[in-house]
Design a binder for this molecule. Structure first.
Ligand code: F6R
Length: 264
């Protein structure tokens, strides 16, 4: 794993945007895996800025989002489809038909078929080139909650108590937070060619330390990322504050600049 520790949220977002931009300049038809939530907002803002200011082209790009709440239509203001439209897709020249978010409006009984089709659609594009991830306070990635299998695929999942509490900030009460979601599996995520995990704020410090330096265990779903050969983790100081090897990561970060290569 490549661990980059930045001074603040803005620097995390700028670094992440630079990685996405490099991917798109090398492969204009790249397939991106995208996350929602508070963490990638700065990244999306920066991508919109680069699109407007430097002409970053999304016309050949395809995207797959990690997850969606069950029971919300794409038009619902709290749906992840609305989130992506509002924060990224409406502001860049991406073709909407190439943006994929699991369909949360289907009855639960149709979820299995929809999830199989979602996976098939990823395969038809040739697979995800770069997957952007956030991390839950409980160590989840996408909505793979503690206990999820490392080989899990896109499926219907029940949200964890902590996730429901964490996400209540977007709703008028905790009771309104959906209890189920459709989520890419850990096995699906690990098939991406490259992974970018972003985490900021001290409320993520414990999960980050467990994911990066703890044992690989299904109690910390993000620890499965240690099994992938090309993962970059970009943290702010607060999210990195419980890392035992922080000074070594900083040393490697400097060495990377000196030799001009990425050290995973
Ligand atoms: C969102 C997702 C989640 C979030 C995680 C962190 O698509 O898959 O795993 O990345 O819950 O959320 P924030 O960034 O809001 O702290």
């Amino acid at each position: 794993m490549r661990i980059l520790i930045k001074d603040n949220y803005r620097d995390v977002s700028v670094e992440a945007a630079s990685m996405v931009t490099t991917t798109l300049r090398q492969k204009p038809g790249a397939v991106l895996g995208l996350a929602t939530g508070s963490t990638p907002l700065g990244l999306y803002e920066e991508l919109v800025r680069i699109h407007r200011g430097e002409g970053l082209d999304f016309s050949d790009v395809t995207t797959f989002n990690l997850d969606e709440y069950l029971g919300l239509t794409g038009e619902h203001p709290q749906s992840y489809r609305s989130f992506m439209d509002e924060n990224l897709f409406n502001h860049i020249n991406i073709r909407k038909e190439r943006t994929h978010v699991p369909d949360g409006s289907l009855p639960a009984g149709d979820a299995e078929e929809m999830c199989l089709e979602f996976e098939a659609a990823i395969r038809r594009t040739g697979g995800i080139d770069l997957q952007v991830l956030g991390i839950g306070g409980n160590g989840h990635i996408a909505f793979n909650e503690p206990g999820s299998s490392t080989s899990s695929r896109t499926r219907l999942v029940a949200l964890d108590e902590r996730t429901i509490k964490d996400n209540a900030r977007f709703y008028s009460s905790e009771d309104e937070v959906p209890r189920f979601a459709l989520s890419m599996g850990i096995g699906t995520i690990l098939e991406a060619r490259e992974i970018l995990l972003l985490a900021t704020g001290e409320q993520k410090a414990q999960a980050v330390a467990a994911a990066v330096e703890g044992p690989v265990t299904n109690q910390v779903p993000s620890s499965a990322l240690q099994l992938h050969p090309r993962v970059t983790v970009i943290l702010d100081e607060a999210a990195a504050s419980l890392l035992q090897n922080a000074s070594r990561y900083r040393f490697i970060q400097k060495a990377e600049k000196q030799v001009g290569v990425q050290l995973f």
